[in-house]
Design a protein around this ligand. Structure first.
Ligand SMILES: [Fe+2]
Ligand SMILES: [Fe+2]
Length: 182
């Protein structure tokens, strides 16, 4: 089943969200942010939750569902899910921006950081529940066993290329920084 890896990934995303929610307690108590933690959380969201997980949902599952005659309800849900992915990217971008301002000494940015983490940790569980409980399983009925197998294999291929993509991009970014310094 091509939805199995996606559901397993949901569990890891939930664990990271729990850590992020716990971090909010520390931020509230100590009135300060650990920018390293925010960078780690952003890396997890961007690389794992968005590129790896949403990437497989959008580029494989949603793409193939797009070729099927979906019920109005499933069509609407799929559009909502894709829109929610875009919203998550926007909030993550805001979190990065706020963290940069905070590192530069802007104390007020702490409130924006807290807001973004709260938004993300409220948004993701609802998004995941919609997929796990109301979308993934019924949507499997649109596919034959052979189609499901092909999707699962494509998911493996997708995952395999990601580590190379991540570190290739890291080198490209490092080269750009070096060029700018010269
Ligand atoms: Fe999703
Ligand atoms: Fe998902």
């Amino acid at each position: 089943m091509p939805i199995a890896p996606l559901m397993i990934e949901h569990r890891l995303i939930e664990r990271m969200l729990d850590v992020m929610k716990e971090e909010l307690v520390f931020i509230g108590e100590e009135k300060k942010v650990d920018p390293e933690f925010i960078s780690t959380a952003v890396d997890f969201i961007r690389t794992y939750a968005d590129r790896c997980h949403h990437g497989k949902e959008e580029d494989i599952l949603f793409r193939d569902l797009g070729g099927k005659k979906l019920t109005e309800e499933h069509k609407r849900t799929m559009e909502e899910l894709a829109e929610e992915h875009r919203w998550g990217r926007k909030i993550t971008g805001r979190l990065v921006e706020a963290n940069t301002r905070y590192v530069q000494g802007n104390q007020e940015a702490l409130f924006a950081i807290v807001d973004c983490i709260k938004s993300l940790s409220e948004f993701y569980p609802k998004h995941i529940e919609k997929e796990d409980k109301h979308f993934f399983i019924p949507c499997m009925d649109y596919f034959t066993d052979a189609e499901k197998d092909t999707m699962l294999k494509e998911e493996w291929e997708f995952d395999k290329s990601l580590i190379h993509e991540k570190y290739r991009n890291m080198v490209i970014a490092a080269e750009k920084i070096l060029t700018a310094k010269k």
